[in-house]
Design a protein around this ligand. Structure first.
Ligand SMILES: Cc1cc2nc3c(=O)[nH]c(=O)nc-3n(C[C@H](O)[C@H](O)[C@H](O)COP(=O)(O)O)c2cc1C
Length: 325
């Protein structure tokens, strides 16, 4: 008898948003951004996933401030120029019955771009270099942190204006939000550093700015349950941060992964290879779901429907990221 997949194909409701099933396409860089905006190629790519039956598509990370950068083609939401492309993308995905969220991200100390033989200057919470790109960032002045909070809200508003159903801040993978959370990469002495409450402040303020801009649309974060790097965030630190965020009531969901962009060991888990067991992040997603009471999405080698069904039945998550084989 074929396995029953009742949970996987049952709808999920978050706030007023109904998602037709529990299959999620997690944000992943397609290298299809054209001039920083979604164009025909990216629309065709996500249309295929929506047509194929995914319940929710989360579009790859977009930068919300010019101080984040990369060498590869990426989405840029620092002006209204991206709105028409996002609008066309949302309309197409909706036309196939799927929901669509957008990601907002800043790479902080793992920003990397070489122009004319010189590396651009990266900004981070503190001047702590990463192990992967060996970037020594500059510490962001307090006014710059405040500017980023406002920029995050403005960019979230652009996603709402384009008709996306939700916005996800990328606090995973040791990127900027996580760099602020982490006491080993955040050595600041202003109100954004020091105590756990202060280290959480940047993310809390960005979530507040995003919420003010998007109203009742869905607002979530992506978070690494652990970063699996010598200096990376530890499971207990992540559970504590997520519990505090859940208590504040701004968040609608957590999208759980593991890994870090700041070193080679952690980077393996950003794109986990086939030697890694199926659904290996699910136990940690379940722990975060139990600790926070929030809807939880999880990804990481969930590449068979029966595996996703088992994760859902075990109460470890509410949606499964099934990016591909
Ligand atoms: C090429 C590529 C680009 C990625 N870019 C992003 C991204 O922009 N944002 C993000 O949150 N995760 C990104 N990821 C991570 C994926 O969302 C996902 O967590 C990872 O592939 C593990 O899930 P899987 O085992 O189903 O592939 C990327 C992964 C790949 C393979």
């Amino acid at each position: 008898m074929p396995p029953r997949l009742d949970r996987l194909f049952s709808p999920l409701r978050i706030r007023d948003l109904q998602i037709r099933n529990r299959i999620l396409s997690t944000g992943h860089q397609t290298f299809l951004a054209q001039g920083g905006v979604p164009g025909e190629d990216m629309i065709a790519y996500h249309a295929a996933r929506a047509r194929g039956g995914a319940g929710l598509i989360i579009v790859e990370s977009a930068r919300f401030h010019a101080s984040s950068f990369t060498d590869s083609p990426e989405l840029i939401l620092t002006s209204d120029d991206a709105i028409p492309g996002y609008r066309a993308l949302a309309r197409t995905v909706h036309g196939h019955g799927a929901r669509i969220f957008g990601q907002l991200s800043h790479s902080g100390r793992v920003s990397r771009r070489i122009r004319g033989g010189l590396r651009d200057i990266a900004f981070a919470p503190s001047a702590v270099p990463d192990h992967r790109f060996h970037t020594m960032p500059r510490e962001m002045p307090t006014e710059m942190v405040e500017e980023l909070v406002a920029a995050c809200g403005t960019a979230a508003g652009r996603m709402a204006e384009a008709g996306l159903d939700g916005v996800e801040l990328v606090a995973s993978h040791a990127l900027l939000f996580a760099q602020f959370l982490n006491p080993r990469t955040n050595l600041r002495t202003d109100r954004y550093g020091g105590s756990a409450e202060n280290r959480l402040r940047f993310l809390v303020e960005c979530l507040g700015a995003a919420r003010a801009a998007i109203g009742t649309r869905i607002l979530g974060i992506r978070i690494s349950a652990e970063e699996l790097e010598p200096e990376g965030l530890l499971p207990a630190e992540v559970i504590a941060a997520c519990t505090s965020l859940a208590e504040m009531g701004t968040l609608d969901y957590l999208n759980v992964t593991v890994g870090s962009m700041a070193g080679h060991g952690g980077s393996i888990h950003v794109v986990p290879p086939m030697g890694i067991p199926p659904a290996y992040v699910a136990p940690q997603a379940g722990a975060l779901r139990a600790a926070t009471g929030l809807p939880v999405f999880v990804a990481g080698r969930i590449n068979q429907p029966q595996i996703a069904e088992a994760v859902l039945r075990a109460g470890q998550a509410d949606m499964c990221g099934m990016r591909g084989p």
